[in-house]
Design a binder for this molecule. Structure first.
Ligand SMILES: Nc1ncnc2c1ncn2[C@@H]1O[C@H](COP(=O)(O)OP(=O)(O)OP(=O)(O)O)[C@@H](O)[C@H]1O
Length: 242
């Protein structure tokens, strides 16, 4: 498998707190890597470092061998990294089409005019919002806002997609749809880093997962093995004698 993303020795501090403490991992092409761990273990900070929203204090991030640590978010986006946010961020006063158009402007080969219109329609269709382009995004339901945010991320034509709890808060049938959609993105060749608390989704989707605890990697491997690791169970449930 070709390595797309290589992270080594990543460190990020907030004052005296080391939120990410020597994190290292790789993601292959068309691989889904789960990034899991208890609240506050550093998952979102790790995604922020990968997407350029935060700069690392130390460590290296390489995308197809090219160093990208510390580059601005728009440079990293143009190099093929797109993300969604834990709290959905759509532009509420714009309609669905306009939200996706905004994403197209940030890709390495921006599209304009009719080509952009066609791509927007394709992306809305792709995430299950076909024919809904003129609906104001503030009026969309929660799941549809999540779909829209995904369409805007896909507008960058990314190689690597960072999903921050994209499946959180969905009902069981929406969850199945969401899992199916992520699987289809992988079949199309995308690599995905999935920060997720929904363990069924981790088991179904991930080739490998990494468990973070207090900023470091506690365990790494196939989801079933990792989730039954006593250290991992302990990190999630805490020490019953404490
Ligand atoms: N901007 C910030 N300033 C100060 N501390 C921060 C900041 N962002 C995160 N932290 C701290 O860094 C640690 C890691 O937070 P992070 O949000 O990365 O964890 P997480 O694993 O994503 O948690 P959750 O599952 O709750 O989203 C936490 O202790 C958090 O309080």
């Amino acid at each position: 498998m070709t390595v797309l993303l290589e992270v080594s020795g990543l460190v990020r501090r907030f004052g005296g707190l080391v939120a990410v403490n020597g994190l290292s991992f790789t993601v292959g092409s068309s691989e889904i890597l789960g990034l899991i761990g208890p609240n506050g273990s550093g998952k979102t900070t790790a995604l922020n470092l990968l997407s350029g929203a935060l700069k690392p204090d130390a460590g290296d991030i390489r995308l197809r061998g090219r160093p990208v640590a510390g580059l601005s978010p728009d440079r990293i986006a143009r190099l093929g990294v797109a993300r969604t946010f834990q709290l959905v961020r759509v532009l509420p006063s714009l309609d669905a089409r306009e939200n996706v158009l905004a994403g197209l402007a940030f890709r390495a080969d921006p599209l304009w005019g009719e080509a952009a219109d066609r791509e927007v329609s394709h992306l809305l269709q792709r995430v299950g919002l076909g024919g809904r382009g003129h609906q104001r995004s503030a009026e969309l339901t929660y799941i549809d806002q999540k779909r829209l945010e995904l369409a805007r991320a896909l507008a960058l034509a990314p190689k690597l997609l960072l999903l921050d709890e994209w499946l959180a808060g969905l009902n069981p049938s929406e969850l199945q749809d969401g899992i199916g959609l992520i699987q289809s993105l992988r079949r199309e060749g995308l690599s995905i880093v999935l920060v997720e608390h929904v363990m069924d989704a981790i088991r179904t989707l991930c080739d490998r997962c990494i468990v973070m605890n207090a900023g470091s990697v506690l365990a790494e491997g196939a989801p079933d093995a990792v989730l039954s690791d006593p250290q991992v169970v302990h990190a999630y449930l805490g020490d019953p004698d404490a």
